[in-house]
Design a protein around this ligand. Structure first.
Ligand code: ZN
Length: 240
């Protein structure tokens, strides 16, 4: 039952966090609290990486792009930002979110980084830097996906648990209608069925399940004895 559910869920094309139609675009934009928490951690790490490897202007424009796609924040620049960087940022925004996360970056970024490297006599290549930037963004997507999967699993666990309680409560109610008069029960049986139904219904899943199992054993034994007694009664009075 659990596995069927899991299959059903993973075939569903709706986000397990917010119910929206789920695409890769959505995984990057899902507003659920857990996804937002993960995104802010990722964004923080990414900013730190950029701060230590590129200029403030390049860093800021890349962060603006990420925020533009996630939060629909309009991209604006201070007047002192070089026009070259502004142009690339707007062109990159036009290419869309999947280009940004899929590694389709404009050549201009590499040229801007090359300028920065030359100015600060950094020996790493601009291309290597861009590859790192892209792989950081892909890590971000991957981590958001992992968070989404953890939630999926968690939601299934709690749904399963709620269903189990409903089923066990029904069984407990059924059992209470089957309990014979205490005089007809053994001493153990009498003690066992002394339990208050209201208290049982509030217990944990495992405790309910254990009680139901034991109750069924006692009731089946009683019911079997009843059948045997009525059989011998019938055979006594009507031997043929
Ligand atoms: Zn969502």
């Amino acid at each position: 039952m659990k596995n069927m559910k899991r299959r059903k869920h993973s075939e569903s094309d709706h986000c397990p966090n917010c119910g929206a139609l789920e695409t890769i675009e959505h995984v990057l934009q899902c507003p659920a609290v857990s996804q937002e928490d993960e995104m802010s951690v990722q964004l923080h790490d990414f900013s730190e990486f950029l701060a230590s490897t590129t200029s403030v202007n390049i860093k800021e424009s890349i962060i603006k792009l990420v925020r533009y796609f996630r939060y629909k924040e309009v991209i604006t620049f201070d007047p002192d930002v070089p026009q070259g960087i502004i142009d690339i940022a707007y062109k990159q925004a036009d290419l869309g979110q999947s280009a940004l996360y899929g590694g389709f970056w404009l050549k201009g970024w590499q040229l801007q980084q090359k300028e920065y490297n030359t100015r600060f006599k950094i020996r790493h290549s601009a291309k290597t830097w861009l590859v790192q930037v892209i792989s950081k963004l892909q890590d971000t997507l991957f981590n958001l996906w992992l968070t989404r999967n953890r939630n999926l699993h968690h939601n299934e666990e709690s749904n399963f648990s709620a269903e189990e309680h409903i089923r066990l409560n029904q069984e407990i109610n059924d059992i209470f209608t089957r309990i014979p008069h205490s005089r007809l029960l053994s001493l153990d049986g009498r003690r066992f069925f002394n339990a208050k139904k209201e208290i049982l219904l509030k217990r944990k899943r495992r405790a309910k399940s254990k009680w139901v199992r034991e109750a069924n054993i006692i009731l089946e034994r009683y019911e079997r004895e009843q059948t045997n007694q009525s059989r011998s009664f019938i055979s006594y009075f009507a031997p043929d």
